[in-house]
Write a protein that binds this ligand. Structure first.
Ligand SMILES: [Zn+2]
Length: 177
């Protein structure tokens, strides 16, 4: 950040009085601009024992497969974000079954949430940010072509839970590679 979004003056990166971390502080109006972690929310859409994956049409990880997910918007709930991203990226309508995984990624200041979801019907298609959408049987999941570690982890946990016919909630933290 270079300029204050309130008054347009320059900002300094310093520890405000009474704080313990450096923040962007406006040199003119004194506004403290806090930057906080971002939530990425998505679903594990299931149709008749198969999982819907999307092949990314955008960077990062263009061409790799992912679960439908994206940054939460202002003024929406995590459930709304999960359903919206599934509609936007895979043109699929889902019913959320429950929160399945929460993956902390502190080194990039993100938290990724994935809901288990049941597709309303077998209709799906690539959205603007997707090259291809496809249902994968569990033994067909393209492990070597998955876009993100949070997605690989979530799918691995999903398969493990399915093996024992009990789906739990999983919290994890990813370290830098
Ligand atoms: Zn200002």
């Amino acid at each position: 950040m270079k300029y204050c979004s309130t008054c347009g003056a320059t900002v300094s990166h310093r520890v405000p009085e009474g704080d313990r971390l450096a923040r962007f502080v406006c040199d003119q109006c004194g506004e403290i601009h806090y930057i906080n972690p971002k939530l990425v929310v998505g679903t594990i859409p299931v149709w008749q024992e198969r999982i819907l994956l999307c092949r990314r049409a955008i960077e990062p990880q263009l061409g790799f497969w992912t679960l439908p997910a994206g940054f939460m918007e202002m003024a929406e709930s995590t459930a709304e974000a999960a359903r919206r991203e599934t509609r936007e990226e895979a043109c699929a309508h889902v019913r959320l079954v429950g929160l399945f995984s929460m993956v902390n990624i502190p080194h990039i200041s993100q938290v990724h949430l994935f809901y288990r979801a049941e597709m309303d019907d077998a209709s799906f298609a690539p959205g603007d940010e997707t090259l291809e959408t496809r249902l994968f049987a569990l033994e067909e999941i393209p492990w070597d072509e998955l876009a993100f570690r949070s997605v690989s982890l979530t799918l691995r946990l999903f398969l493990e839970d399915r093996e024992r016919s009990h789906y739990g909630f999983h919290e994890a933290t990813l370290a830098p590679k």
